[in-house]
Design a protein around this ligand. Structure first.
Ligand SMILES: N[C@@H](CCC(=O)N[C@@H](CS)C(=O)NCC(=O)O)C(=O)O
Length: 235
């Protein structure tokens, strides 16, 4: 289903009426792109697809078979969320990445770190038994321990929201849902990370990047797996 979405365009002279995001309702990489679109006030159209039954038109467009895709002017197809977010940032005012090359590189590095955290989250919800689950849980805690001295809070660099924040909003959202099922103790004692998590959870763009039924949909997705976390969901 396609939806037309538009808010206060802050665009730098391009016809953003022709931006079309091909997406999936749970995908954290899609959410990064949506958060960037919302933060930048860029109008766009969104079409969610079923990744378990990818439509032929999508397979024709996507070199990787993955979402998100951004169709520009019904002619060009961008893939890879980091590329899509940077493109959206570059065509609008109010940059979400720093200008200075070293600082810019540092932000990109922590964005990559966020993608590695997403792989660990997949390990957590796919773990077959308690030992694997606990190993993934501890590996996740170790990642956030590395972030603790780096994060300024409330956002990654303090008061300004940036692309790094757009990446970690969807990451923390997983834990909001998983913690409704089990006590993970991943963020214990990590005060900067906790403050960051709370600020991102309250940010309008982060909240609006998913539909209201996201928690139920994520639990249903986990429930459908034969994993340790699925067992905890069943109670
Ligand atoms: N590196 C890609 C990752 C995107 C990705 O993994 N998307 C997942 C959904 S969250 C996907 O489309 N999976 C379908 C598949 O692998 O068949 C990006 O940043 O855009």
């Amino acid at each position: 289903m396609s939806t037309e979405i538009g808010r206060n365009p802050a665009t730098a002279g391009i016809n953003t009426a022709h931006l079309h995001l091909i997406s999936h309702k749970l995908c954290p990489y899609v959410q990064r792109s949506v958060i960037t679109l919302i933060e930048k006030g860029i109008p766009y159209t969104r079409t969610d697809i079923d990744l378990a039954a990818k439509p032929e038109w999508f397979l024709q467009l996507s070199p990787t078979g993955k979402v998100p895709l951004l169709r520009v002017d019904q002619q060009h197809t961008l893939f890879e969320s980091a590329v899509i977010c940077e493109y959206l940032d570059e065509i609008t005012d109010g940059p979400l990445l720093p200008h200075e090359p070293l600082e810019r590189a540092r932000h990109r590095a922590w964005i990559e770190f966020g993608s590695a955290i997403l792989n660990l989250i997949a390990r957590l919800y796919s773990a077959d038994d308690e030992a694997e689950f606990d190993a993934a849980r501890l590996a996740l805690r170790a990642r956030f321990q590395r972030l603790e001295p780096v994060v300024v809070a409330p956002y990654f660099t303090g008061t300004a929201f940036g692309l790094v924040d757009a990446v970690y909003g969807p990451i923390f959202r997983y834990f909001d849902v998983f913690e409704s099922v089990t006590d993970l103790r991943i963020f214990e004692g990590l005060t900067n990370v906790q403050c960051w998590r709370q600020a991102l959870g309250e940010r309008a763009s982060v909240r609006q990047a998913v539909s209201a039924d996201y928690p139920q949909a994520l639990l249903a997705f986990v429930h459908a797996r034969n994993s340790w976390l699925a067992g905890l969901c069943r109670g």
